[in-house]
Design a binder for this molecule. Structure first.
Ligand code: SF4
Length: 448
């Protein structure tokens, strides 16, 4: 953000109408300057001020999209160097490489792995998003055919890799509706690739041998009207790639260097032939600070840890992942099924619900809003205590679903059972469940 709160305030309507959610225009201006508010929240900003403020408040690293439709991959838009300052915004896309010189069986096997390697975790689907199609044959027809095959068989965002203008022209035409990433403009082809990107509104990757050339090429392309660029510094050794990633991020954020203010693409697939080393390099690039990571292949044992690492790093550390408060029926429960209660921290919910499901005892799970805190933390914070749980159980509607009046609390908070029974009133029985979720199946099978 290039403007101070006071400079922004001068451009606001100063009516203090509160429609933006804060009491005054000054407070809104301060939030905007700190990156804690969106300009769109004020409906009364003049068009002139909007133009100035939008430009000034644009993230130092341009956000852009590869692909279209549901599986669009958003990259860039980052505003901080370190995750503890503020959340990282757009997680890097993982790409698998296929080439038009590969045997068809190998291409089919890779595309199958791209489609099959998906994992459910804490209510989310973790999956790779991109396929990088490489024109190694030099033949436009083969390149185009492979692109058409990948497009027909997957929902992937596409990265088209060729430095030949005729092959890239044919390739982009074959999948223009998917808005592929054109990889890559270099000193020899940049004008033709820039025209292609402009014509089809596709993002364009820029490749150079060093940061200086990269910066100057990016400047030229920006001057030619290109907005959505992805940077490749050309580094193909871990140390240099790591240094370049950090340099680019720092230059964009701290020095406000617009020519390096774009997301990056990295190629662990070209840095080693050892699959485990490749996964380790990719893990480094997830943390520092790649926008796209191209892998030679996907294997579950290396892809899954990378997906989990990415999830962890790109989850907002200031906002716990939460479930909605409510009643969750598990395994088609009936009016005599047990009722258990837990907090709305996602991980707690998925562990507890997973154990209940594996018990095969149909049950009702009451999930109480504790602002995303786990059981013991919520108890210690006074959010998962007898009177609060009692009030929640009474208004939850569970009494319309079961004829009994028994509720099972986590064993870790056994101490609240007396308070809870008192809050719920006569007729209710509070049962103490296991301390560990792993013991829930045995507990339920004994007849909770
Ligand atoms: S909505 Fe706009 S005019 Fe109203 S208080 Fe907020 S900043 Fe001021």
């Amino acid at each position: 953000m290039g403007l101070t709160g006071i400079q922004i305030f001068k451009m606001l309507p100063k009516t203090n109408c509160k429609e933006c959610g804060v009491p005054t225009c000054l407070a809104f201006a301060m939030n905007l300057a700190a990156g804690k508010a969106e300009l769109a929240s004020c409906p009364y900003v003049s068009e002139e001020a909007k133009a100035t403020l939008s430009e000034a408040s644009a993230p130092a690293i341009r956000p852009l999209a590869v692909g279209a439709g549901e599986n669009v991959v958003k990259i860039g838009g980052e505003t901080v160097l370190f995750r503890h300052e503020k959340t990282f915004v757009n997680k890097p896309g993982f790409a698998i490489l296929v080439s038009d010189t590969m045997p068809e069986a190998e291409v089919n096997a890779r595309l199958k792995r791209f489609k099959d390697l998906r994992y459910e975790r804490v209510g989310l689907t973790l999956r790779p998003e991109l396929v990088a199609v490489k024109n190694e044959s030099g033949d436009s027809g083969k390149f185009e055919a492979l692109i058409k095959k990948v497009k027909a068989e997957t929902d992937a965002g596409l990265i088209l890799m060729s430095d030949k203008v005729d092959a890239m022209t044919a390739g982009v035409k074959a999948c223009a509706d998917r808005l592929p990433l054109i990889y890559a403009a270099n000193n020899g082809n940049s004008e033709a690739f820039a025209n292609l990107a402009k014509e089809h509104k596709c993002p364009l990757a820029v490749k150079a041998d060093n940061l200086e050339t990269l910066s100057s090429m990016s400047n030229k392309l920006t001057a030619a009207g290109l907005k959505d660029l992805v940077l490749d510094s050309g580094a193909r050794a871990l140390r240099k790639a790591f240094e370049d990633q950090v340099f680019i991020r720092r230059a964009a954020l701290i020095q406000k260097n617009r020519s390096l203010g774009f997301p990056t693409i990295t190629f662990p697939c070209e840095m080693t032939k050892d699959p485990m080393k490749e996964a380790l390099i990719a893990a480094t690039m997830v943390a520092k600070y790649a926008g796209i990571i191209v892998l030679s292949d996907f294997q579950g044992e290396s892809l899954f840890p990378l997906l989990v690492e990415r999830l962890n790093i790109y989850t907002d550390p200031q906002r716990p992942m939460m479930m909605q408060q409510g009643i969750y029926p598990l395994g088609n429960p009936a009016e005599d099924s047990p009722v258990l209660i837990t907090t709305n921290f996602s991980l707690t919910y998925f562990i507890v619900s997973g154990e209940i499901e594996s018990s095969r005892v149909p049950s009702w799970l009451l999930v109480m809003d504790t602002e995303g805190l786990s059981v013991l933390t919520a108890w210690a914070a006074g959010k998962f205590v007898g009177d609060a749980i009692g009030a929640f159980v009474k208004k939850s509607g569970i009494t319309d679903k079961v004829k009994h009046r028994k509720v099972v609390i986590p064993g870790a908070v056994a101490a609240i059972s007396g308070d809870l029974e008192e809050e719920l009133g006569s007729g209710w029985e509070v049962k103490i469940g296991p301390r560990e979720a792993a013991h829930i199946p045995a507990y339920l099978k004994m007849g909770a």
